[in-house]
Design a protein around this ligand. Structure first.
Ligand code: ADP
Ligand code: MG
Length: 695
């Protein structure tokens, strides 16, 4: 019997499962799956979080605290020492200096190995300790007369999971890179990576010693920049794709007869601004189409976005259809209900409110209004789109303060709204003005409208920055404002995002202020209160039966009480500029002159001081957003909360914003000319995570 020679191993394809790799069985592949690594491509795009330099030996004398290094030397002394904690201390010298290895957990074997005269090689981070520089629990090995070779590459450190070692992941990546077919020419249907992408991946999975660790750490190495461009392109393309999918679907056209809108205008106590008129005209044109509207409305705090939401809902109502308005917090949803119900009621239209904290009976009753179509405009939190709520004929979805929702949530919502093959029109409103290039990337699937004008008669808010030691003066000021018939917010903030601690801080502050300001009516609102309780306090504050509202940052978005003209923000130095601007936007909504006091805890850091002075100098959200970007160091990610963009692995929207114009241009071109390539790019970066784009 002849045995056929084994065929030479076929080159790995990117879509091959990781089990193609030698040594990867079901157990290992399960562990890899926990890191979202399922195929070869996922593995290659699982990039190191940082690097260690084990390619050279650092003389002990030139060790610096806070840096990791390889050292080699002879053990001088090794003893168990009894300090606050028992530890094993081992002095090592190499001619240039001495350093201590300190181990709090140690075995007899270790004590027997590390005896005076032994030669050791260690890797660890040097820190200042009781005996000078010390390495705590370093990796070490005792070496003989012939020193083992050093690493010939910088050592990548990957995000890992239990049961998967760095070493294992490193060798898997090397294996996968080695199996890639690099000779294959570009053919139709080929799934090859571009040659420069392969090069960049090879470099990043195992940089040679000449590669600058600093460049890698700052993310500015050309290999990282090449991948960043590709990654941003992937996100951009996937949003364009989501847009195209949406546009292939039909929406119910909502032609505007103008009648309801006209009556709405005449019942409002103010004329619309020119910007509001313009935006309403843009919406009217969009809504009359059978192609679903996908529009982003950007407008600074206080620019009057709620009126636009109402107008859009009225256009839909005029065409006999239902609308939904989704807000990020219960507080804001409740407030919208209180504002919008009286606007719509005179026109013979009803609203419903759906939040997560409603009592069962109340919720049922509201759900019935929604299902029967009795409610024309349905207002709520994300509870709107969770089970139980059935719309009668939803044709328009409005999302307020979209920056609080991630892109996933936004796109998932579209799917929920789908009915009989049709999709609702969508209006997304946000007050976080991000620079235009960023906006175009974060919202590539949307058309942009801008409210670039504040309603008339607003006096700009005057902002002062005051240290905690002058707190009493501030309290005096609150007292004076309230005695003059105006209302005040006092906002408590904490570093940790713990709702419980923040609530506690607000309770304590309310108590203390109550002792100082005995003649004021003080209210308290925080995230721990029951929904009804919160709603009651807010209604009292709106009605003017509370003078001073002590609050956590739950009031950050949307809350609108025009008679409130003073805002105090405690520990303002802890908040980002965007958040401070949002908070400050709660005052300056009426005709009286408003003030914002930023209380800080000295000493202020340099960026802390710069940030607060930006707030003092500007009231313009766009200016503040630009400054915010400048003051963030490179590498400080602009989070999902600000942009709606998700999970970037290599790219950083702020650091790499120079790449964005190129990303936008390339994306448009690729989407048109080479959809297959566009698909490959999306797949390699977003892979299993693109379900949302298919909404
Ligand atoms: P935001 O854009 O922050 O959501 P709002 O919709 O809450 O702003 O509006 C802020 C305040 O301005 C509200 O009291 C609203 O009634 C008022 N407002 C809106 N449009 C106008 C206008 N054209 N003229 C005067 N006041 C207006
Ligand atoms: Mg608003």
């Amino acid at each position: 019997m002849t045995r056929s020679r084994p065929a030479p191993a076929a080159p790995a394809r990117l879509s091959d499962p990781v089990t193609r790799l030698r040594g990867v069985g079901s157990q290992l592949s399960e562990r890899l799956a926990r890191l979202d690594i399922r195929c070869i491509r996922d593995l290659l795009f699982h990039l190191p979080a940082r690097y260690e330099d084990r390619t050279r030996i650092t003389p002990i004398g030139s060790l610096r605290p806070g840096t990791s290094a390889v050292i080699e030397g002879t053990v001088l002394a090794a003893d168990v020492v009894f300090g606050r904690r028992r530890s094993f201390l081992c002095r090592v010298q190499d001619g240039s200096g001495t350093v201590s290895l300190r181990m709090f957990h140690f075995s007899n074997t270790q004590r027997n190995q590390l005896t005076p005269g032994a030669r050791v090689r260690c890797f660890g981070e040097a820190r200042s300790g009781a005996t000078g520089l010390e390495l705590y629990h370093p990796e070490y090995r005792v070496i003989g007369s012939v020193a083992p070779p050093l690493a010939d590459r910088l050592t990548p450190v990957y995000p890992i999971t239990e049961g998967l070692s760095q070493q294992r992941l490193r060798s898997l990546c090397a294996l996968a890179l080695g199996m890639l077919d690099k000779t294959d020419s570009r053919q139709p249907g080929s799934e090859d990576l571009e040659a420069d992408i392969v090069e960049a991946l090879e470099l990043l999975h195992g940089p040679t010693p000449e590669v600058s660790l600093d460049a890698l750490e700052s993310g500015r190495h050309p290999a990282q920049q090449r991948l960043a461009l590709d990654e941003l392109l992937a996100h951009h393309l996937s949003l364009l794709q989501a847009r195209r999918r949406m546009q292939d679907m039909k929406a119910r056209p909502l032609p505007c007869s103008g009648d309801l809108l006209q009556r709405f205008r005449s019942t409002l106590p103010f004329p619309l601004t020119r910007a509001q008129d313009r935006v309403i005209a843009e919406l009217t044109a969009d809504l009359a189409q059978t192609m679903p509207m996908l529009r982003l409305l950007q407008g600074d705090v206080g620019s009057g976005k709620t009126v636009i939401a109402a107008a859009a809902a009225l256009i839909a109502a005029g065409a006999g259809a239902q609308s939904a308005l989704m807000a990020p917090t219960e507080l804001l949803a409740e407030q919208h209900a209180r504002t919008l119900a009286p606007w719509l009621a005179p026109l013979g239209l009803a609203t419903a409110l759906i939040t997560g904290r409603q009592r069962v009976a109340q919720r049922r009753e509201q759900e019935e209004q929604v299902a029967s179509g009795a409610a024309t405009l349905v207002i709520g939190t994300h509870a709107l789109f969770q089970g139980g709520v059935t719309f009668h004929d939803l044709a328009l979805v409005i999302i307020d303060e979209q920056h609080r929702f991630g892109v996933h949530q936004r796109l998932a919502l579209r799917a929920k709204g789908e009915q009989n093959g049709g999709v609702p029109h969508q209006l997304v409103m946000t007050a976080t003005p991000i620079p235009r290039t960023l906006a175009m990337s974060a919202y590539a699937d949307l058309q942009l409208s801008v409210l670039d004008e504040l309603p008339p008669g607003r006096t700009p808010v005057t902002t002062v920055v005051i240290g905690q030691e002058r707190r009493l003066e501030v309290i005096e000021r609150v007292s004076a404002a309230c005695r003059a018939g105006r209302q005040t917010y006092w906002v408590c903030t904490l570093i940790e995002e713990s709702e419980a601690l923040e609530a506690q801080a607000a309770e304590d502050t309310a108590k203390l202020l109550g002792e100082e300001l005995t003649d004021l009516r003080i209210g308290l609102v925080h995230g721990r209160l029951k929904g009804e309780e919160k709603a009651r306090v807010m209604a009292d504050f709106e009605a003017g039966s509370i003078d001073l509202l002590v609050a956590t940052t739950v009031i950050e978005v949307g809350v609108n009480v025009p008679n409130a003209s003073l805002m105090v923000i405690e520990n303002a130095e802890r908040l980002g500029l965007a958040q401070l601007h949002q908070l400050r936007g709660r005052v300056g909504r009426g005709a009286t002159e408003s003030h914002c006091v930023l209380l800080y805890q000295p000493p202020l850091s340099r960026t802390g001081r710069e940030r607060l002075s930006v707030m003092r100098e500007s009231n313009d959200g766009f200016v503040i957003a630009e400054k915010d970007l400048e003051l963030r160091g490179p590498g400080e990610l602009l989070g999902t909360r600000q942009t709606g963009l998700v999970d970037l692995r290599v790219a950083d929207l702020v650091r790499d914003r120079d790449l964005l114009p190129e990303v936008q241009a390339r994306a448009r071109e690729l989407a048109k000319q080479d959809p297959a390539q566009a698909e490959r790019i999306i797949e390699r970066w977003l892979g299993s995570r693109t379900q949302y784009a298919h909404a």
